[in-house]
Design a protein around this ligand. Structure first.
Ligand code: SF4
Length: 390
């Protein structure tokens, strides 16, 4: 039976971080239950909703086995755990399931003992924890709600609830970050020994408050205190060294894990395995088509609940040319690299010329048929991707 990942989008936050322009809303908690009701309905009725929307499933629903669920956002840990439990029950009652990884994204300030116990009881066995930094000044400037002490308060609560798989996110490139403060964040992270770590280079969305300040000038959001791209690359390299030294295996450009704790759900994205996304703005991939729901949460609820219609904003077949680009782009994000010969055979293409150019530029390494991004050039991987996909 082919395996399937399920992603559930919860597009609500307590406040808006200065650099973020995601389609998330700061809304009253009264909107949470109608939203999760709509998600449950989308899950339970997905086959009829997909069919009406023109989404063809190569494999019928009952033939998949769901083995991973990822509840992301937004800040899904804001929800009453009962609502999270209802969405997970809808998954269990709709699909054949052998769930071995059920992740919830959580922000440190939202963690309470009561919630953590309820999450574990609902079957959540992995927490992706939005730490971002251990330096309060950086957290405050970025508009984050939590502070360093919230992380220290929350981690024992999660461990006490029996959650044995915790991932920490850190952001390299926050305003006011320095080599020294970055080393401090890395040292504190390593001391807390999460099973998994994601390090993201800050991407400032042009439409965010910080992005507008970068373009138009001003001091309110500390645009002038943003590290340079060179500094960010150094932060990335120092994270890589610190994490390797602490026994983490670097398996994807932004992700490190203790042995056996690689994210099974996220690996599906990079390996082009199928996943269904439920909720406003959620993306899905069936193997032959990609589609995405409309972003507006209120319109999503209205469409599912009143019109019994899936609000699909994008639906496209994956052409062979797109599939090839995805194989290269997603495959090379993984540090194990890709099998060049397999790709050339599957897609009837010849990539040798491009690979030689990238190899001589030092961006790519080749070992027999396996190609991978050069370890020292991961922070500038976009250069390799642009050349490879052109
Ligand atoms: S960065 Fe995350 S927590 Fe902050 S506003 Fe965006 S989605 Fe919400």
């Amino acid at each position: 039976m082919p395996s399937l990942g399920i992603y559930i989008q919860v597009p609500f936050c307590q406040t808006r971080c200065t650099y973020c322009n995601f389609h998330t809303g700061v809304v009253s908690s009264g909107r949470f239950a109608p939203y999760t009701d709509a998600v449950c309905r989308e899950i339970r009725e997905h086959r009829a909703l997909y069919e009406a929307a023109g989404i063809g499933l190569a494999v019928q629903g009952e033939a998949w086995t769901v083995d991973t669920v990822y509840v992301g956002g937004g800040t899904p840990s804001l929800l009453d755990p009962r609502l999270l439990g209802e969405m997970l029950d809808a998954v269990r009652e709709t699909f054949s399931c052998a769930l071995h990884e059920v992740t919830l994204e959580a922000d440190p300030e939202t963690v309470t003992e009561e919630k953590a116990q309820a999450w574990a009881k609902a079957g959540i066995n992995r927490i992706s924890f939005g730490v971002q930094s251990f330096v309060d000044g950086e957290l405050a400037a970025a508009g984050r709600m939590h502070r360093r002490e919230d992380v220290y308060r929350a981690v024992p609560i999660l461990r006490g609830a029996g959650i044995a798989n915790v991932s920490f996110d850190l952001i390299a490139g926050l305003p006011h970050q320095t080599a020294e403060s970055w080393s401090q964040s890395l040292a504190e992270l390593v001391a807390l020994a999460p099973e998994h770590v994601s390090v993201y280079l800050l991407e400032v969305d042009e439409g965010s408050r910080l992005g507008k300040e970068v373009l138009a000038g001003g001091k309110r959001y500390s645009a002038g205190a943003l590290p340079t791209e060179d500094q960010m690359a150094e932060f990335y390299e120092s994270a890589s060294a610190a994490l390797a030294g602490a026994g983490y295996h670097h398996y994807e450009i932004s992700n490190w894990a203790k042995p056996g704790f690689e994210s099974a759900h996220n690996l599906k994205y990079w390996r082009r395995e199928p996943y269904f996304g439920f909720g406003a703005g959620a993306h899905s991939f069936s193997g032959t088509q990609r589609w995405a729901n409309a972003h507006d949460a209120a319109a999503y609820v209205q469409s599912i609940s009143s019109a019994n219609r899936l609000p699909v904003a994008q639906l496209e077949p994956v052409t062979p040319a797109q599939a090839l680009d995805e194989e290269l782009f997603l495959g090379l994000r993984q540090l194990d690299g890709i099998d060049l010969k397999r790709i050339e055979r599957s897609y009837g293409v010849e990539l040798h010329g491009k690979i030689v150019t990238l190899e001589s530029a030092g961006l790519i390494e080749r070992n027999g048929d396996t190609i991978r991004l050069a370890p020292g050039k991961l922070s500038i991987s976009n250069e390799a991707f642009v050349q490879l996909l052109s």
